[in-house]
Design a protein around this ligand. Structure first.
Ligand SMILES: O=C(O)CCC(=O)C(=O)O
Length: 272
């Protein structure tokens, strides 16, 4: 499935996402936007690793929420992404983060959340063409609906990565892939410098289980990002981002809700 992008999504696209857990949008970004994306990406991925030029031996990651990367900083509030996120996850969806990655090699099969109670949508876009043998995202359709993932993980791990039945989401620069955070995904055959960016929106928790899952996630989040990748910036949200300098009403709603549920309190989440 790879519809040319326009907002709002049609009912069939929404149903496809709910049923299978992913969508592909062709030609989402213009050539001019892609130039800005490359410029800001190159700047930030270097700035976050001073004195450590990328050599392909490990993945580099950087958050892209601040004003020194203005195009990325505005993406969560970009009506194209936000309209789709609201259609897929509800009007009160929470904009969480925007990041850049330099991947090396394969990524094993996994979902992005450890609980059926914690979900949302991730938008991903690759800066070079990728296909089945060169690191395109591959997904196992429908696995966002699994209630019990441990048995599934054990079964998947018995197979070589490329032997697991799946859909390969081949993409060209400008295309965007959207997937449910619970959907099992992987990549195979990527180069030692696969440039990829993501935007993440979380479901706004509606009950005790969902709230507890998100609070757990906030405590794990610094460990699985700034600590793991050892970026120069040792927090997820800057004071400036939290101060909402552009007065964005969307961002303010997210900040207020995240503050209310204690998401911003865990050490390493907000700049000290
Ligand atoms: O592109 C890849 O290798 C994997 C991407 C991924 O796992 C993710 O964005 O969650």
């Amino acid at each position: 499935m790879g519809a040319a992008f326009s907002v709002p999504l049609g009912d069939e696209q929404v149903l496809f996402f709910k049923t299978f857990g992913y969508l592909v949008f062709r030609e989402f970004f213009t050539a001019h936007e892609l130039e800005k994306i490359h410029r800001e990406f190159d700047y930030k991925l270097e700035e976050q690793y001073p004195g450590q030029p990328y050599d392909g031996s490990r993945r580099y990651w950087a958050p892209l929420l601040d004003e020194d990367t203005p195009f990325f900083a505005g993406m969560l509030e970009d009506k194209r992404f936000l309209t789709v996120a609201r259609q897929l996850c509800g009007d009160d969806v929470l904009g969480m983060n925007t990041d850049g990655n330099r991947y090396t090699g394969n990524t094993r099969w996994h979902p992005d959340t450890g609980s059926v109670h914690q979900y949302g949508v991730k938008f991903a876009f690759y800066l070079e063409p990728v296909d089945a043998e060169t690191g395109a995202l591959r997904v196992i359709p429908g696995t966002h609906r699994l209630q019990e993932i441990d048995d599934f993980r054990a079964g998947v791990d018995k197979h070589a990565l490329p032997d697991v039945p799946c859909e390969v989401l081949k993409s060209s620069p400008g295309d965007v892939v959207a997937f449910d955070l619970r959907l099992w995904h992987a990549s195979y055959g990527g180069s030692e410098d696969r440039k990829m960016c993501t935007l993440v929106y979380y479901n706004n928790p509606k009950n005790g289980d969902e709230l507890a899952a998100l609070q757990r996630q906030s405590r794990r989040s610094p460990e699985s990002s700034i600590k793991k990748f050892n970026t120069k910036q040792q927090f997820l949200y800057s004071k400036r981002w939290i101060s909402n300098p552009t007065g964005s009403p969307d961002r303010q709603l997210w900040i207020d809700r995240l503050r209310e549920i204690g998401y911003l309190d865990a050490p390493g989440v907000v700049e000290a």
